[in-house]
Design a protein around this ligand. Structure first.
Ligand SMILES: Cc1ncc(COP(=O)(O)O)c(C=O)c1O
Length: 368
Protein backbone atom coordinates (compact mmCIF):
# COMPACT_ATOMS: atom_id res chain seq x y z
CA UNK A 1 0.00 0.00 0.00
CA UNK A 2 1.54 3.34 -1.03
CA UNK A 3 0.47 6.60 0.60
CA UNK A 4 1.75 9.88 -0.85
CA UNK A 5 2.84 12.65 1.55
CA UNK A 6 0.01 14.86 0.27
CA UNK A 7 -2.57 12.15 0.87
CA UNK A 8 -1.19 11.57 4.39
CA UNK A 9 -1.42 15.32 5.18
CA UNK A 10 -4.91 15.52 3.73
CA UNK A 11 -6.11 12.56 5.82
CA UNK A 12 -4.64 14.08 8.98
CA UNK A 13 -6.30 17.41 8.18
CA UNK A 14 -9.60 15.58 7.75
CA UNK A 15 -9.47 13.05 10.62
CA UNK A 16 -6.70 14.18 12.99
CA UNK A 17 -4.04 11.76 14.16
CA UNK A 18 -3.06 9.05 14.91
CA UNK A 19 -4.76 7.15 12.10
CA UNK A 20 -4.64 3.52 11.09
CA UNK A 21 -5.31 3.45 7.35
CA UNK A 22 -6.71 0.13 6.21
CA UNK A 23 -6.83 -0.75 2.52
CA UNK A 24 -9.59 -3.23 1.87
CA UNK A 25 -8.27 -3.73 -1.70
CA UNK A 26 -4.92 -4.83 -0.27
CA UNK A 27 -6.64 -7.22 2.13
CA UNK A 28 -8.50 -8.88 -0.72
CA UNK A 29 -5.35 -9.01 -2.87
CA UNK A 30 -3.34 -10.64 -0.08
CA UNK A 31 -6.06 -13.24 0.40
CA UNK A 32 -6.03 -14.00 -3.33
CA UNK A 33 -2.22 -14.23 -3.53
CA UNK A 34 -2.14 -16.94 -0.87
CA UNK A 35 -5.22 -18.69 -2.25
CA UNK A 36 -3.53 -18.88 -5.68
CA UNK A 37 -0.17 -20.08 -4.35
CA UNK A 38 -1.78 -22.69 -2.09
CA UNK A 39 -4.57 -23.58 -4.47
CA UNK A 40 -5.49 -26.83 -2.69
CA UNK A 41 -5.72 -25.14 0.70
CA UNK A 42 -8.93 -23.65 2.10
CA UNK A 43 -8.01 -20.36 3.79
CA UNK A 44 -9.54 -19.30 7.11
CA UNK A 45 -8.36 -15.76 7.97
CA UNK A 46 -7.15 -15.59 11.60
CA UNK A 47 -9.44 -12.90 13.02
CA UNK A 48 -7.15 -12.35 16.02
CA UNK A 49 -4.59 -10.60 13.80
CA UNK A 50 -7.03 -7.79 13.01
CA UNK A 51 -10.70 -8.08 13.99
CA UNK A 52 -11.75 -4.63 12.74
CA UNK A 53 -15.21 -4.76 11.09
CA UNK A 54 -13.87 -3.28 7.80
CA UNK A 55 -11.32 -6.11 7.64
CA UNK A 56 -13.89 -8.82 8.31
CA UNK A 57 -16.31 -7.37 5.79
CA UNK A 58 -13.69 -7.12 3.02
CA UNK A 59 -12.51 -10.68 3.56
CA UNK A 60 -16.05 -12.05 3.81
CA UNK A 61 -16.72 -10.43 0.41
CA UNK A 62 -13.51 -11.97 -0.99
CA UNK A 63 -14.83 -15.42 -0.04
CA UNK A 64 -12.41 -16.13 2.81
CA UNK A 65 -13.18 -18.50 5.64
CA UNK A 66 -12.50 -17.32 9.21
CA UNK A 67 -10.52 -18.74 12.11
CA UNK A 68 -11.85 -17.49 15.45
CA UNK A 69 -10.37 -17.85 18.92
CA UNK A 70 -13.30 -16.78 21.10
CA UNK A 71 -17.07 -16.47 21.19
CA UNK A 72 -16.77 -12.70 20.64
CA UNK A 73 -14.76 -13.24 17.45
CA UNK A 74 -17.32 -15.82 16.33
CA UNK A 75 -20.17 -13.34 16.90
CA UNK A 76 -18.27 -10.63 14.99
CA UNK A 77 -17.87 -12.86 11.93
CA UNK A 78 -21.45 -14.19 12.04
CA UNK A 79 -22.61 -10.57 11.96
CA UNK A 80 -21.34 -10.32 8.37
CA UNK A 81 -23.59 -13.14 7.28
CA UNK A 82 -20.74 -15.66 7.03
CA UNK A 83 -22.16 -19.19 7.17
CA UNK A 84 -20.94 -21.23 10.13
CA UNK A 85 -19.39 -23.79 7.72
CA UNK A 86 -16.94 -21.06 6.69
CA UNK A 87 -15.80 -20.54 10.29
CA UNK A 88 -13.43 -22.65 12.39
CA UNK A 89 -12.92 -22.21 16.11
CA UNK A 90 -9.33 -23.30 16.72
CA UNK A 91 -8.61 -22.33 20.31
CA UNK A 92 -7.43 -25.59 21.91
CA UNK A 93 -8.54 -24.43 25.38
CA UNK A 94 -12.18 -23.40 25.71
CA UNK A 95 -13.66 -21.47 28.64
CA UNK A 96 -15.88 -23.45 31.00
CA UNK A 97 -19.44 -23.57 29.71
CA UNK A 98 -18.57 -22.08 26.30
CA UNK A 99 -18.85 -25.23 24.18
CA UNK A 100 -22.64 -25.47 24.49
CA UNK A 101 -23.09 -21.89 23.30
CA UNK A 102 -20.53 -22.30 20.51
CA UNK A 103 -22.38 -25.40 19.28
CA UNK A 104 -25.70 -23.53 19.25
CA UNK A 105 -23.98 -20.90 17.07
CA UNK A 106 -22.86 -23.55 14.59
CA UNK A 107 -19.36 -24.61 15.65
CA UNK A 108 -19.19 -28.24 14.51
CA UNK A 109 -15.52 -29.10 15.11
CA UNK A 110 -13.43 -28.62 18.24
CA UNK A 111 -9.65 -28.43 18.52
CA UNK A 112 -7.78 -30.00 21.45
CA UNK A 113 -4.29 -31.00 22.51
CA UNK A 114 -4.79 -32.77 25.87
CA UNK A 115 -6.95 -35.28 27.78
CA UNK A 116 -8.83 -32.86 30.00
CA UNK A 117 -9.93 -30.69 27.06
CA UNK A 118 -11.12 -33.80 25.26
CA UNK A 119 -13.21 -34.82 28.29
CA UNK A 120 -14.66 -31.30 28.42
CA UNK A 121 -15.65 -31.52 24.72
CA UNK A 122 -17.12 -35.03 25.11
CA UNK A 123 -19.19 -33.91 28.10
CA UNK A 124 -20.48 -30.66 26.58
CA UNK A 125 -20.93 -31.76 22.96
CA UNK A 126 -21.19 -35.56 22.68
CA UNK A 127 -20.21 -37.16 19.37
CA UNK A 128 -18.75 -34.00 17.82
CA UNK A 129 -15.82 -33.84 15.37
CA UNK A 130 -12.44 -33.06 16.95
CA UNK A 131 -9.08 -32.03 15.51
CA UNK A 132 -5.88 -32.70 17.41
CA UNK A 133 -3.19 -29.99 17.50
CA UNK A 134 0.39 -31.17 17.13
CA UNK A 135 3.19 -29.23 18.75
CA UNK A 136 5.91 -27.62 16.59
CA UNK A 137 9.26 -26.51 17.99
CA UNK A 138 10.56 -24.00 15.47
CA UNK A 139 13.52 -21.69 16.14
CA UNK A 140 12.83 -19.92 12.82
CA UNK A 141 9.72 -18.10 13.99
CA UNK A 142 9.33 -14.78 15.78
CA UNK A 143 6.25 -15.60 17.87
CA UNK A 144 6.56 -19.11 19.27
CA UNK A 145 3.38 -21.11 19.84
CA UNK A 146 5.04 -24.47 20.45
CA UNK A 147 5.57 -23.96 24.19
CA UNK A 148 1.94 -23.28 24.99
CA UNK A 149 0.06 -25.44 22.48
CA UNK A 150 0.09 -28.82 20.82
CA UNK A 151 0.83 -32.37 21.91
CA UNK A 152 4.09 -34.10 21.08
CA UNK A 153 3.77 -36.30 17.96
CA UNK A 154 4.36 -39.35 20.15
CA UNK A 155 1.18 -38.50 22.12
CA UNK A 156 -0.97 -38.05 19.02
CA UNK A 157 -2.20 -41.61 18.53
CA UNK A 158 -3.21 -42.13 22.18
CA UNK A 159 -5.08 -38.79 22.12
CA UNK A 160 -6.88 -39.71 18.87
CA UNK A 161 -7.79 -43.12 20.32
CA UNK A 162 -9.05 -41.49 23.48
CA UNK A 163 -11.39 -39.36 21.34
CA UNK A 164 -12.88 -42.56 19.94
CA UNK A 165 -13.25 -44.07 23.43
CA UNK A 166 -15.15 -40.95 24.47
CA UNK A 167 -17.53 -41.31 21.51
CA UNK A 168 -16.08 -38.37 19.58
CA UNK A 169 -15.15 -38.27 15.89
CA UNK A 170 -11.42 -37.62 15.33
CA UNK A 171 -11.43 -35.72 12.04
CA UNK A 172 -7.80 -34.71 11.61
CA UNK A 173 -4.68 -32.91 12.75
CA UNK A 174 -3.61 -29.28 12.98
CA UNK A 175 -0.39 -27.44 13.71
CA UNK A 176 0.97 -23.90 13.78
CA UNK A 177 4.69 -23.47 13.08
CA UNK A 178 4.80 -20.12 14.94
CA UNK A 179 4.04 -16.67 13.63
CA UNK A 180 6.39 -14.85 11.22
CA UNK A 181 8.26 -18.02 10.30
CA UNK A 182 11.22 -17.20 8.04
CA UNK A 183 11.59 -20.48 6.09
CA UNK A 184 9.12 -23.08 4.79
CA UNK A 185 11.04 -26.10 6.13
CA UNK A 186 9.11 -26.35 9.44
CA UNK A 187 5.86 -26.71 7.46
CA UNK A 188 7.31 -29.43 5.22
CA UNK A 189 8.78 -31.29 8.23
CA UNK A 190 5.53 -31.17 10.19
CA UNK A 191 3.46 -32.17 7.15
CA UNK A 192 5.60 -35.30 6.82
CA UNK A 193 5.30 -36.02 10.59
CA UNK A 194 1.52 -35.71 10.29
CA UNK A 195 1.56 -38.17 7.38
CA UNK A 196 2.96 -40.84 9.74
CA UNK A 197 0.10 -40.29 12.14
CA UNK A 198 -2.48 -40.35 9.32
CA UNK A 199 -0.95 -43.65 8.12
CA UNK A 200 -1.04 -45.26 11.58
CA UNK A 201 -4.67 -44.31 12.03
CA UNK A 202 -5.63 -45.53 8.55
CA UNK A 203 -3.94 -48.88 9.24
CA UNK A 204 -6.25 -49.28 12.22
CA UNK A 205 -9.28 -48.57 10.04
CA UNK A 206 -9.65 -45.04 11.41
CA UNK A 207 -8.79 -42.69 8.52
CA UNK A 208 -8.42 -38.98 9.24
CA UNK A 209 -9.97 -36.48 6.83
CA UNK A 210 -8.42 -33.06 7.28
CA UNK A 211 -5.03 -31.43 7.85
CA UNK A 212 -4.83 -27.83 9.11
CA UNK A 213 -1.41 -26.25 8.44
CA UNK A 214 -2.11 -23.14 10.58
CA UNK A 215 -0.68 -19.67 9.94
CA UNK A 216 2.82 -18.25 10.29
CA UNK A 217 3.40 -16.90 6.75
CA UNK A 218 5.90 -14.00 6.99
CA UNK A 219 5.83 -10.36 5.89
CA UNK A 220 8.72 -7.86 5.74
CA UNK A 221 9.13 -5.43 8.64
CA UNK A 222 12.59 -3.83 9.01
CA UNK A 223 14.15 -6.96 7.52
CA UNK A 224 13.10 -8.50 4.23
CA UNK A 225 11.50 -11.95 4.03
CA UNK A 226 11.48 -14.72 1.44
CA UNK A 227 9.20 -13.96 -1.51
CA UNK A 228 5.89 -15.66 -0.80
CA UNK A 229 5.88 -17.74 -4.00
CA UNK A 230 9.25 -19.30 -3.09
CA UNK A 231 7.98 -19.75 0.46
CA UNK A 232 4.79 -21.56 -0.56
CA UNK A 233 6.33 -23.80 -3.23
CA UNK A 234 7.85 -26.43 -0.89
CA UNK A 235 4.73 -26.36 1.28
CA UNK A 236 2.49 -27.08 -1.72
CA UNK A 237 4.95 -29.78 -2.86
CA UNK A 238 4.91 -31.49 0.56
CA UNK A 239 1.11 -31.42 0.57
CA UNK A 240 0.95 -32.94 -2.92
CA UNK A 241 3.48 -35.58 -2.01
CA UNK A 242 2.07 -36.67 1.36
CA UNK A 243 -1.57 -35.62 1.22
CA UNK A 244 -2.71 -35.74 -2.42
CA UNK A 245 -6.30 -36.61 -1.51
CA UNK A 246 -6.79 -35.03 1.91
CA UNK A 247 -8.73 -31.86 2.64
CA UNK A 248 -6.20 -29.15 3.61
CA UNK A 249 -6.95 -25.90 5.39
CA UNK A 250 -4.84 -23.02 6.80
CA UNK A 251 -5.32 -20.10 9.22
CA UNK A 252 -3.24 -17.18 7.91
CA UNK A 253 -3.50 -13.90 9.81
CA UNK A 254 -0.45 -11.66 9.46
CA UNK A 255 0.18 -12.36 5.76
CA UNK A 256 -3.30 -11.07 4.88
CA UNK A 257 -3.83 -8.23 7.36
CA UNK A 258 -0.26 -6.99 8.02
CA UNK A 259 0.51 -5.17 4.74
CA UNK A 260 -3.05 -3.84 4.48
CA UNK A 261 -2.56 -1.02 6.99
CA UNK A 262 -0.27 1.95 7.56
CA UNK A 263 -0.16 4.04 10.67
CA UNK A 264 0.00 7.82 10.43
CA UNK A 265 1.27 9.38 13.65
CA UNK A 266 2.49 12.85 14.58
CA UNK A 267 5.24 14.23 16.78
CA UNK A 268 3.68 15.76 19.91
CA UNK A 269 6.90 16.43 21.87
CA UNK A 270 10.65 16.64 21.38
CA UNK A 271 13.68 16.81 23.68
CA UNK A 272 17.39 16.01 23.50
CA UNK A 273 18.42 13.68 26.32
CA UNK A 274 22.05 12.59 26.76
CA UNK A 275 22.83 13.84 23.27
CA UNK A 276 20.06 11.94 21.46
CA UNK A 277 16.78 13.38 20.21
CA UNK A 278 13.61 11.90 21.64
CA UNK A 279 10.41 12.30 19.62
CA UNK A 280 7.17 11.73 21.52
CA UNK A 281 4.43 10.47 19.19
CA UNK A 282 0.65 10.45 19.52
CA UNK A 283 0.56 6.62 19.38
CA UNK A 284 2.66 4.23 21.41
CA UNK A 285 3.16 0.73 22.74
CA UNK A 286 -0.06 0.85 24.77
CA UNK A 287 -1.84 1.71 21.51
CA UNK A 288 -1.21 0.59 17.92
CA UNK A 289 2.45 -0.18 18.64
CA UNK A 290 1.39 -2.88 21.13
CA UNK A 291 2.90 -5.28 18.58
CA UNK A 292 6.38 -4.10 19.65
CA UNK A 293 5.71 -6.01 22.88
CA UNK A 294 3.21 -8.79 22.20
CA UNK A 295 4.25 -9.50 18.62
CA UNK A 296 8.01 -8.73 18.94
CA UNK A 297 7.60 -6.57 15.82
CA UNK A 298 9.99 -3.85 14.72
CA UNK A 299 8.20 -1.51 12.32
CA UNK A 300 9.66 0.51 9.47
CA UNK A 301 9.17 4.29 9.81
CA UNK A 302 9.18 6.94 7.10
CA UNK A 303 9.17 10.66 7.85
CA UNK A 304 7.49 13.09 5.46
CA UNK A 305 10.43 15.46 6.14
CA UNK A 306 13.64 15.58 4.16
CA UNK A 307 17.14 16.05 5.58
CA UNK A 308 20.12 14.24 7.01
CA UNK A 309 19.19 11.07 8.88
CA UNK A 310 20.05 11.32 12.57
CA UNK A 311 19.79 8.80 15.41
CA UNK A 312 16.70 9.24 17.55
CA UNK A 313 14.33 7.56 19.99
CA UNK A 314 10.59 7.22 19.30
CA UNK A 315 8.41 7.18 22.41
CA UNK A 316 4.65 6.94 22.95
CA UNK A 317 2.26 9.46 24.52
CA UNK A 318 1.65 7.86 27.94
CA UNK A 319 3.26 8.84 31.23
CA UNK A 320 4.94 5.43 31.42
CA UNK A 321 8.70 5.13 30.82
CA UNK A 322 8.09 1.67 29.34
CA UNK A 323 6.29 3.37 26.44
CA UNK A 324 9.29 3.48 24.09
CA UNK A 325 8.57 2.34 20.53
CA UNK A 326 12.13 2.26 19.22
CA UNK A 327 15.46 3.50 20.52
CA UNK A 328 17.44 2.87 17.35
CA UNK A 329 15.87 4.93 14.56
CA UNK A 330 17.60 7.15 11.98
CA UNK A 331 15.23 9.86 10.79
CA UNK A 332 15.44 13.41 9.38
CA UNK A 333 14.93 16.25 11.87
CA UNK A 334 11.26 16.69 12.84
CA UNK A 335 9.28 19.27 14.76
CA UNK A 336 6.06 19.10 16.73
CA UNK A 337 3.17 18.38 14.37
CA UNK A 338 5.29 16.57 11.77
CA UNK A 339 4.02 13.30 10.36
CA UNK A 340 5.64 9.86 10.53
CA UNK A 341 4.32 6.78 8.75
CA UNK A 342 4.79 3.20 9.92
CA UNK A 343 4.38 0.42 7.35
CA UNK A 344 2.87 -3.06 7.65
CA UNK A 345 0.77 -2.08 10.65
CA UNK A 346 -2.28 -4.27 9.97
CA UNK A 347 -1.54 -7.35 12.08
CA UNK A 348 -1.42 -7.56 15.89
CA UNK A 349 -1.50 -3.75 16.26
CA UNK A 350 -4.99 -2.33 16.90
CA UNK A 351 -5.93 -5.93 17.82
CA UNK A 352 -4.00 -5.70 21.09
CA UNK A 353 -4.14 -1.93 21.72
CA UNK A 354 -5.33 -0.58 25.08
CA UNK A 355 -6.68 2.75 26.35
CA UNK A 356 -4.06 3.01 29.11
CA UNK A 357 -3.76 6.57 30.51
CA UNK A 358 -7.18 7.29 29.03
CA UNK A 359 -5.71 7.65 25.56
CA UNK A 360 -8.38 6.55 23.06
CA UNK A 361 -7.88 3.76 20.55
CA UNK A 362 -6.46 4.95 17.24
CA UNK A 363 -9.09 5.79 14.65
CA UNK A 364 -9.27 3.30 11.79
CA UNK A 365 -9.94 4.80 8.36
CA UNK A 366 -10.72 2.66 5.35
CA UNK A 367 -8.90 3.75 2.19
CA UNK A 368 -8.31 2.26 -1.22
C1 LIG B 1 -4.33 -20.90 16.28
C2 LIG B 1 -3.79 -19.81 15.44
N1 LIG B 1 -4.12 -19.78 14.13
C3 LIG B 1 -3.67 -18.81 13.32
C4 LIG B 1 -2.87 -17.80 13.80
C5 LIG B 1 -2.41 -16.73 12.85
O1 LIG B 1 -1.05 -16.82 12.65
P1 LIG B 1 -0.30 -15.83 11.66
O2 LIG B 1 -0.77 -14.47 11.95
O3 LIG B 1 1.14 -16.04 11.98
O4 LIG B 1 -0.62 -16.27 10.26
C6 LIG B 1 -2.47 -17.79 15.15
C7 LIG B 1 -1.60 -16.75 15.67
O5 LIG B 1 -1.25 -16.67 16.81
C8 LIG B 1 -2.95 -18.83 15.99
O6 LIG B 1 -2.65 -18.86 17.30
Amino acid sequence: MILSPDHARQLVAQHGSPLLLVSTNTLQQRYRILADLLSRVGLYYAVKSNPHPAVLKALAEAGSGFDVASEAELDAVLKYGVASERIIYTNPIKPMGAIGRLSEKGVATYFYDNDLELEKIARDCPGVRVILRINVINPNCVVDLGQKFGCHVSAAEPLLMKAIQLGLHPAGLSFHVGSQTSIPQPYADTISACKNIFNHMALQGLPLEVLDIGGGFPIPYKANTMPIDAFCKPIAAALDRYFPNTKIIAEPGRFISGPAAQLVTRVIGKETRNGIVWYYLDDGIYGSFSGCIFDHASYQFTSLNEGELRPCVLAGPTCDSFDIISSGEYLPPMEIGDILIAENMGAYTNASATTFNGIPLTKVVEIN
